[in-house]
Write a protein that binds this ligand. Sequence first.
Ligand code: DGY
Length: 333
Amino acid sequence: MPARFRKFDHKPRVIVTRRLPQPVETRMAELFDVTLNLDDHPFTRAELAAAMAEAEVLAPTVTDVIDGELIRGAGPQLKLIANFGVGVDHIDLKAARERDITVTNTPGVLTDDTADMVMTLILAVTRRIFVGERLIREGRWTGWSPTGMLGHRIAGRRLGIVGMGRIGQAVAARARAFGLAIHYHNRHRLPKAVEAPLEATWWPTLDAMLERVDIVSLNCPETPETHHIINDARLRLMPRHAFLINVARGTLIDEAALVACLERRGIAGAALDVFEHEPRIHPRLLELPNVVLLPHMGSATYEARQEMGEKVITNIRVFADGHRPPDQVLDLY
Ligand code: DGY
């Protein structure tokens, strides 16, 4: 057993970087020697460095960029980074491995809520939900008309899912019920037993799929291979009537290229829950009528956030008990 899975003989010293659901914080206070972030301000780099100099366990979120320099500067007592969230692209996994720091995340418990958000965005952008909502709120609605507020039917369209892991498959199951045909691009083809009920078509190359689908949903993690996976060249492959949906990570898309594409009506629209430079939004995106913009809320249900917190607690407890935590992230990229 590697040295890092060693039983603690005391309550682990845990620093949590953001406010977590109250029951989660209360349980952490019972179990651990914990410092909570009661005013919920995002940690500065200096605060993160200070926390990593003191904590045995850091419980960060996507708003904390934990790069190699911070990890190399961490105190020798830091043994576990127990991330609150499934995506770990904000943590330098290689640097963590080199320092023998274990990293965990919270997979599974946010799959359904995130997949629901993909369907919400598909419908919102194709049926122009927020355009209609604004019309009413701004007092500009003059009543029903046969040609008013027209959008596009999604049944019968082709959905291309980029990344067919847990969330991609949950999106596919929902989309089937809406009458969409499922296409996907993934490094590896899924087993027939998974493909068959979804009637899913695998595309070994992303470019070929992009040319043929009507809606593209990004559901892969951010890695060096997927960074800017949607760039200018790929946007130019998409049909002019296509829509792009992203609930995964903003950095999967070259946002400047997307803005230019939307401005020249290279695709019909985009629905984005995540952005390249969060929380900053490209100013020209705000001007575009054919986009839906949401503030990174794919997993934002009370239920998911509570269960994510419970996973963080379990990972810390199992680790402090001297065992491999259930959601250890391996540096496979
Ligand atoms: C996730 O779990 O990755 C969400 O995007 C929040 O970090």
